[in-house]
Design a protein around this ligand. Structure first.
Ligand SMILES: NC(=O)c1ccc[n+]([C@@H]2O[C@H](COP(=O)([O-])OP(=O)(O)OC[C@H]3O[C@@H](n4cnc5c(N)ncnc54)[C@H](OP(=O)(O)O)[C@@H]3O)[C@@H](O)[C@H]2O)c1
Length: 330
């Protein structure tokens, strides 16, 4: 097979011939058709992600493709099935092995590209907002990085859950994307203070004390400002730190306003809550199959150009989802 291989953290990966994975017991080998690109791909290459492979590895956490082999003890998955999966890493390749428990058959009518762009972004937003932040109809949610991979899906999921969405993004083009995907109000955080802009909006909505839920994949100063425009009883959903700065949360503000800071890590949540995982995945697969959610794939890259996709993420020029076409090895 061909794979982008990183030999040690911090090294530039190279696209090389690499031994095919074998289907060990409990594992499935997939011929990868498409792989979703995530901010976390940039982190794992530097050894800064929660998961740290030992030895040479390829990045890539979410794939779609066709089952090439199944190991002993694997039930319900057969060679030739169209599937999507969440391997620990290894998706920037023509073939990957993964735990059978992380493989889901593709519903009829769902194409490989959408499937590769769907799982992490919608999973994070749906489970985070519905099951961790307990977002309720009529509440106001503030979504940061709203034109990015997870941010854009948070806008869509929050609308489906009946909330009013205030979105923030950097620049006019990104703000328009957030608006086009259903945001009720949009703030360009390149041109002013988030806290004041949010408070102006919530006052007009009859909730002068602020928003009920914050969805934050950015961290840093964005988080600090958000904490100052939340209503009593608000929930701050910590999704990630794309800004590079992990917020230091002042506990006194949480205490005085009865605010909750809630961490959410999608991968671990699925493992820790198998019953909710099954229910929530069925919900979002239903939304996908019914066309109620549709991943915004802004660009597809041939496998050979996968590093350009990572460069777009690093330079903050990516919008929605980027995917790698692993069949295109030109
Ligand atoms: N908790 C989980 O389970 C989970 C799951 C998926 C992702 N995440 C995390 O969520 C974050 C976003 O992931 P993603 O895949 O959506 O990434 P993405 O598509 O690159 O979006 C990140 C957004 O963050 C904003 N941003 C602000 N400062 C930035 C900076 N210094 N560099 C890059 N972007 C910056 C950008 O929007 P503006 O330009 O508009 O500011 C960008 O659109 C990452 O930290 C990731 O690790 C967590």
């Amino acid at each position: 097979m061909k794979a982008w291989i990183c030999k040690s953290f911090g090294d530039q990966p190279n696209l090389i011939e690499w031994p095919d994975p074998v289907a060990e017991p409990g594992k499935v080998v997939i011929d990868v058709v498409a792989c979703g690109v995530n901010f976390a791909d940039t982190l794992i290459l530097q050894g800064k992600y929660q998961k740290r492979p030992t030895g040479a590895f390829s990045p890539g956490f979410e794939v779609s493709g066709i089952v090439q082999a199944v190991g002993q003890d694997v039930q319900g998955i057969a060679v030739g099935d169209r599937v999507m999966a969440l391997p620990d890493w290894g998706g920037y390749a023509t073939r990957v092995a993964t735990d059978a428990s992380l493989v889901i058959p593709l519903p009829d009518g769902v194409d490989f590209q959408s499937a590769a762009a769907f799982q992490i972004a919608y999973g994070t937003s749906w489970f985070g907002l519905k099951y961790r932040a307990n977002l309720r109809p009529g509440e106001i949610v503030l979504v940061h990085g709203a034109a990015g991979g997870v941010g854009l899906t948070a806008v869509e999921c929050a609308k489906l859950l009946g909330a009013t969405v205030i979105a923030t993004a950097g620049g006019a083009e990104k703000c328009q994307i957030a608006r086009d995907h259903g945001s009720d109000h949009v703030i360009d955080y390149k041109s002013g203070n988030i806290r004041d802009a949010v408070r102006d909006i919530t006052a007009k909505l009859g909730k002068p004390l602020g928003v009920d839920v914050v969805y934050d994949p950015v961290g840093g100063d964005i988080f600090d400002q958000s904490l100052r425009c939340v209503a009593p009883g608000a929930r701050m959903l910590l999704i990630g730190f794309a800004s590079g700065t992990v917020p230091q949360i002042p506990a006194n503000i949480l205490l005085v306003k009865n605010v909750a800071a809630i961490g959410f890590y999608f991968g671990a949540y699925l493992e820790q809550n198998p019953a909710i995982a099954q229910q929530g995945m069925a919900e979002i697969l239903g939304l996908l199959r019914d066309g109620k959610i549709r991943p915004m794939i802004s660009q597809k890259y041939p496998l050979a150009d996968a590093m350009d996709a990572l460069s777009a993420i690093r330079h903050r020029t990516a919008t929605g989802k980027l995917i790698i076409d692993c069949c295109d090895i030109s």
